[in-house]
Design a protein around this ligand. Structure first.
Ligand code: AMP
Ligand code: FE
Ligand code: FE
Ligand code: ZN
Length: 287
């Protein structure tokens, strides 16, 4: 299929389902993407591949090209770094161990945050579970939804700005590997690694860290994303051009969990082709 397949646009390579912190099951995410006109998509739930099978069936029946993916949690010092991985082998032992360690830490961490919040507010662990799909990667958005249904905040955004804020007394950190280890895990599993929303409010990653990630096989950056800041994005775009890196643009759709809509940023079909050509861990689902 190398270089010969026609990639139909528009392409959006960053979508979340209720297997992590999106609000729609994988099949519904595919239907929403299709309704917004997308013809090539990737499902990128946080730290899990559990939505792949359902998304693949739905994408096939909608005649969409699907790149199975994931958004892998990592951390550098205080900063959370999200890595988009595409077309890796979901059975790779190293990557599986890493993601299962992150997911169990997320579960413990959500319980710890719930305990802290419960000291001051009317919120139970059961409230949070009620907002988390079976087998989903749990995160602060699920706690936010429980806070909303208890009437303690208006929406997820208000929860993140107040009770769930990293600077606040209720916040507990989760375990996440350093970005170089996370990059190597995706690449080692035959996947393509792209830094998600690399020019957000925290600013660009330190240049030496970026170099070490590139040495570990990082392929590029998600330059099209609503959280990216214009000046930092322009300087990163120059680096991508000079070094011929892969650049993507995507919505980071979370269903009703965020205002982001499918297709609000898109990826050029040539870039999708480069991702497919570089990956060897799993196959895209062709229409
Ligand atoms: P966690 O990884 O559990 O610490 O939670 C971070 C997740 O929360 C990210 O994946 C975001 O998608 C989501 N998130 C962050 N800020 C907001 C917000 N203001 N509104 C809704 N979701 C958010
Ligand atoms: Fe998320
Ligand atoms: Fe992210
Ligand atoms: Zn995301």
């Amino acid at each position: 299929m190398h270089g010969t397949t026609h990639i139909a646009g528009p392409c959006d390579l960053h979508l979340h389902s209720s297997q992590s912190d999106g609000t729609e099951p994988p099949a519904q995410v595919m239907a929403s993407a299709h309704r917004h006109g997308l013809r090539t998509v990737a499902l990128t739930d946080h730290d899990t591949t559990s939505g792949w099978a359902e998304a693949a069936d739905a994408a096939a029946s909608l005649d969409m090209l699907l790149l199975p993916g994931m958004e892998l949690s990592s951390r550098h010092e205080w900063r959370s770094v999200h890595l988009l991985g595409y077309l890796f082998d979901p059975d790779d032992a190293t990557l599986r161990d890493l993601t299962s360690r992150i997911r169990s830490s997320r579960l413990e961490r959500a319980r710890a945050m719930a305990d802290r919040i419960a000291r001051d507010m009317d919120l139970t662990w059961e409230d949070i579970l009620a907002h988390t799909s079976d087998g989903a990667t749990v995160g602060r958005p699920h706690i936010a939804d429980a806070l909303v249904s208890r009437g303690l905040v208006r929406d997820r955004s208000e929860a993140f700005d107040s009770i769930l804020h990293p600077g606040g007394e209720y916040y507990v950190a989760l375990y996440a590997p350093d970005p170089v280890t996370a990059t190597a895990a995706i690449v080692g599993a035959g996947g393509v690694a792209i830094v998600a929303h690399p020019a957000g409010r925290a600013g660009l990653l330190p240049a030496p860290l970026t170099e070490r990630m590139l040495d570990a096989g990082l392929s590029g950056f998600e330059l099209g994303h609503r959280e990216n800041q214009p000046a930092a994005t322009r300087s990163l775009a120059r680096i991508c051009r000079d070094r011929d890196l892969i650049v993507t643009g995507s919505s980071d759709y979370h269903g009703m969990g965020k205002p982001n809509l499918p297709g609000e940023h898109t990826t050029a079909p040539e870039m999708v082709q480069r991702i497919i050509d570089r990956a060897h861990g799993s196959a895209p689902v062709y229409p």
